[in-house]
Design a binder for this molecule. Structure first.
Ligand code: HAM
Length: 421
């Protein structure tokens, strides 16, 4: 029986893999420009890290983690996100002892047991940055602007920036109570997940997509009215910085995000043409997380974007457009001696930096010509018995339609000359 890739996973190959390479290159370029260093954390971590970091009452921890006991009986989880792991590494390597801030970026696979649909996978990839050691709203502004610069590098236009503040442990409890007061009269009529959220995680009541729940409480209290002086000042300054950096945003009072570590700023980026899974990225400030994973309290802010969604949008908007890699030259050998010579010449070309191919599946000359054309080779060199005796190949320039006999030892120079024309 045929074995297929597990549900919610996909193979990235050929031209699409080249798009991914481009997107990774762009990320590295931008990270250099902005001063972020790369961090590569393990694919799996102790389960406890996510329970503590992401939060017990989140969808991710409650029902989406790939968790198993390893052979030593430890509970291990495939990382569903990378902010908690990066902060774990920040503490473990005592990065806080160095001059701050610490600016890190990453790129890699994440795992969530979600219901697969367009744009939603069980193994997906994120690029992300984490800006640790600064509580300034300037850091928030930088992270948001970095993301927008990255989208632009991928040719993605028209990204909507949604912005909110969800306060801090000081002012949020009052807001939670106000929210519960607003939802309590309709508690019985709310959907099952909202009923659970009411006690476990009331902020997420705002997140419910059900039109019925939304209709029951059409105008929930706005968190901005409940922010403490510090959170309000932070939010106000951030908006000013974003304006100074020409970032357009919409204030979205329902934007609470699905991870528990956020404090103050939350934001999300959406793009058209992705259907219901339209968030290409999201993030926010998380001033309590480093403390939560065992370090000294360290204010931080970061973002992560879904690469599958970014690539889909970039492709649709024509921003990233790469073709297949084409060999410069195809060495078409005839007969045993000709085929062996074709191999030798192909390696000679490769040594000088010219991409070359040759036949290993026993095609006829006609079939080799056809195949060379399919690969998109600009030059085809034919090496048959006659050519062997003259130590020369017939070189066809497929672009110009011309051909000439060229000595084996002059082949590289001849091809380079024609390329230079
Ligand atoms: P998140 O919103 O859970 O945040 O994920 C960020 C992005 O990853 C989403 O906006 C989406 O583009 C992509 N994504 C999430 N789940 C899937 C999925 N199942 N399939 C495809 N794409 C998906 C975080 O992960 C936080 N760690 C972001 C952050 C960094 N906050 C601070 N620093």
């Amino acid at each position: 029986m045929q074995i297929t890739a597990p549900r919610g996973t996909r193979d990235i190959m050929f031209e699409e893999a080249r798009l991914w390479q481009r997107a990774e290159e762009a990320l590295r370029q931008l990270a250099d420009l902005y001063g972020y260093s790369e961090i590569r954390t393990p694919i799996f971590e102790h389960t406890e890290l996510f329970v503590r970091g992401v939060g017990e009452a989140t969808d991710i921890v409650e029902k989406e983690m790939y968790t198993f006991n390893d052979r030593g009986g430890r509970s291990i989880t495939l990382r569903p996100e990378n902010t908690a792991p990066v902060m774990r590494a920040f503490v473990e390597h005592n990065m806080g002892a160095k001059a701050q801030p610490t600016k890190l970026f990453y790129f890699g696979p994440m795992f969530r047991y979600e219901r697969p649909q367009a744009g939603r996978f069980r193994q997906f990839h994120q690029m992300g940055i984490e800006y640790t050691g600064s509580g300034s709203p300037m850091a928030d502004a930088e992270v948001i602007r970095f993301s927008l610069d990255y989208f632009r590098m991928l040719g993605i236009k028209q990204v909507k920036v949604h912005l909110n503040s969800i306060g801090c442990p000081e002012c949020r409890p009052r807001y939670k109570e106000a929210l519960k007061d607003a939802y309590r009269p309709n508690l019985e009529a709310l959907c099952e997940s909202c009923k659970k959220r009411f006690d476990a995680n009331p902020l997420r009541l705002l997140d419910c997509k059900s039109p019925e729940c939304r209709a029951l409480v059409p105008n929930p209290p706005d968190v901005e009215d409940f922010l403490c002086d510090d959170c309000l000042a932070h939010f106000t300054k951030l908006k000013g910085f974003l304006e100074a950096l020409s970032v357009e945003y919409v204030k979205d009072p329902r934007l609470v995000r699905g991870l528990d570590y956020y404090t103050k700023t939350t934001f999300e980026f959406t793009s058209e043409g992705l259907g219901s899974q339209d968030a290409i990225g999201g993030g926010g400030r998380y001033d309590g997380l480093v403390g939560e994973v065992g370090g000294a309290p360290t204010p931080s802010v970061g973002v992560a974007c879904g690469m599958e969604r970014l690539i889909t949008v970039a492709k649709a908007q024509g921003g990233l457009d790469v073709g297949p890699v084409k060999p410069v030259a195809y060495m078409a050998g005839l007969g045993e001696a000709g085929a062996a010579k074709a191999m030798e010449l192909a390696f000679m070309l490769r040594e000088t930096g010219l991409a070359a191919e040759f036949d290993t599946v026993g095609r006829s000359l006609k079939a080799q010509m056809k195949y060379a054309d399919k690969l998109g080779a600009r030059f085809v060199a034919i090496i048959g018995d006659e050519e062997m005796s003259e130590a020369a190949a017939v070189v066809k320039d497929m672009a110009e339609g011309s051909q000439r006999e060229v000595g084996f030892s002059d082949l590289v120079q001849h091809i380079r000359e024609l390329m230079g024309r």
